[in-house]
Design a protein. Sequence first.
Length: 379
Amino acid sequence: MTRYFWIAVAPTLALAACNAPDAAKLPSEAGGDQITASAAVAVFATGLNNPRGLEFGPDGNLYVAEAGLGGTTSTVGQCAQVPPPFGPYLGGKTARISRIAPNGTRTTLIGELPSGRDPTGGIIGVADVAFIGNTLYALLAGGGCAHANADVPASVIRVDAGGAWSLIANLSAFRLANPGTNPARDDPEGSWYSFTVAGDAFDIVDANHELIERATLGGRVSRLTDVFASVGTSVVPTAIESRDGLTGDVVLGNLTPFPVVNGAARIWRVSPGGALSLVAPGLTAVLAVEFDRAGRIYALESFRCPTSAPCFPSPATAGTGRVVHLTRRGTIEVVATGLTFPTGMTFGPDGNLYVSNMGFNAAPGAGHIVKIDVPWNQP
């Protein structure tokens, strides 16, 4: 059974995992010289519950999707459930979207969004956020009867400045009517992890079904590509990002089935028609991808195995998360290390990276955002 959600471990991992790494050297894309960069990591904001995707708004604030804490509601007997051991879910309205000011102060933009907890402790809720112009949109992975939130489907929603929201695209209904070819799929309403703006639509990743769907602002959902059918094996796609918000330059990162093997994950390029081509092998447990100002690709590795043996996320892999950069020569350069189960990242208007850290397997309120200095990407 292919799963990308998380096996529960001791929820007492400390913020001290975000120590500043040693100096990192990245190649100059222009001349090939070495640029020494500190890539210092510092805590920017705290008090989050399983933070996931994040995005800076046109107002300069950072908006963070939080999966929440699940709940106590069961829908067993009402609809098809996720089978054991990863189901059935218990749901509740504990997910939210936080707005973080430039000084790191957190406020709740909108709360009481659907969140689900599986029997292993894995949490799904608000998975990602994105802006089109001045309007904020969010991906609700925790919605749906199969996630014990029957009143709100897994969906794309529009959020106004005051925190009210409206449904744009019903992903639960589309998944129930349109499963993919992956025989290991186990979530009737989809395992949605991330989305990216594609013109006037969103390209959305369903990790366990291994599908990329496209949802328009008018609510129409269609299949962009069946990743499992295209690749011919299970890769568990999790991260998707467009360079400019258009449908041209889009990359996809994957987690791989559990247990994870170091170096088994990849970065792919996605054509406007959904065709996949390999960009870079040799990565591990990728949960986010980003472009910098020059179009260079960065990947967020959520954890790495301490030895060559396959592994699961556990106390032994805490502090092994890192950000890497894919050079135009095809090599992988480490930007920052020492992260603990990071789940999302974005570039800020200052040119630095902001990462959701302690994004799973953490105590309530232990999630936080770290800032990673990227001096070669300054405005």
